[in-house]
Design a protein around this ligand. Sequence first.
Ligand code: AHR
Length: 493
Amino acid sequence: MQSASMYIEKSFRLGTVDGRLYSSFIEHLGRAVYTGIYEPGHPEADEQGFRRDVLKLVRELGVDLVRYPGGNFLSGYRWTDGIGPPEERPRRLDLAWRTIESNRVGIDEFADWAKKAGVGVMGAVNMGTGTPQEAGDLLEYCNFPSGTAWSDLRIRNGHRDPHNIKVWCVGNEMDGPWQICHLNASDYGKKALETMKIMKWVDPSIELVVCGSATSKMPTYPEWDRIVLEHTYEAADYLSLHRYYENEGSDLDFLASFVDMDNFIHSVCAAADYVKALKRSKKTMMLSFDEWNVWYQKQLRLRDWEEAPPILEDRYSLLDALVFGGLGITLINNSDRVRIACLAQLVNVIAPIFTEKNGRAIRQTIYHPFRLLSRYGRGEALKPVVICPETETSHGGAPLLNACALYREEAGELCVFALNIADEELRLSLNGRSFGALAMEEHIALYGGDMNAVNTFDHPDAVQPRSLPVQAPADILELVLPARSWHVMRFKV
Ligand code: AHR
């Protein structure tokens, strides 16, 4: 058995974790909206057609913001199609996903849904076919109190109070040639800046996210990020990052995906800090990791131009949940720069919640680590020192243990999240001397003999976290972590 040591010192602090690290994403894509969150006629539908069973799972998941309405869909979306009497709204071709969009749900309905779900909305403006003026109009419709054409139209459409959407994405993955009206970095930077000027004039209280690279694999990365920031550095509040991981054959490489995510974050910070120096700016650019997840991208597509077809409906395994949990730990360890992160997506499309049309809703395996991270991954992120063996992977050397620690001083609580990627037990010595004795309150773990196990409608709890016995209080706790396992250890200090 190999050994690891983790030293947790209460005065070594990274900073307070922003609750928006636990955000998610709903796009007009597949069954995310239609038969996902919205299904009039479903036995659980409320008076607006929103599924109560899904709302309950979203509330339990602990989501902060939900990014909406896209994604690739955004770059061809006319937001005015989604307002006014639903029966008069146009049916359109969605060129991004080659489907039919009924526009039965638009910004007003989504804002209502968000209130019911207890989440905030992270808005997004179209930088593909859309213009800076249209972005300003949308913001005026959503946030201006009253007395102008757009704000009064919102009131006539049944929403006296403004939606008050405070964070907005300025386009989506504009570096990707797959994007409708893709731009080069310089053209996007100029268009984004002019759009942001209009948006901040309409509502100076908003925060804006500019598009960084769609993935670290883009040929234009990280030049794209540098050039975009050279145009927008002072106007932007966040630079976005997107990254999805899949199992390309080696479970170990897949488990070590957090190494790649960590490198990606550090290199984006380096690009942003270069522009900071170039501009002699006092501002440090923060990051919005507004799409992250496990996603098996090789998917069969049967037909074009269906309405709400079942596409991108990944079924997640125990192994996927472990990888996902490891990525969550890395987000916490970088929470001094990553202020917003969106699990992409929320329902049906590469999602933790999965529904049957006219039927049940279940928690996929990745639901569990997200819920635990959101519930306990709060407070002050510490800077623990982890000493453990490394193993060679396709991402480079990977530590066998990925771990983070969070301290909530007022509540007297310490929480440690840890992932053991080794295919054997790992002895962990947890040293928390600066806290006095570590009194473990709860030890929850995700592991099992069958890495391919999934949750299904008939066996919805096949994969779920289990409780392990807690240890007697000690300055240094000696634990044995099962092979390939993800942990939440909670202490009273
Ligand atoms: O989340 C699915 C898609 O992945 C989004 O539409 C796009 O932004 C990304 O490429």
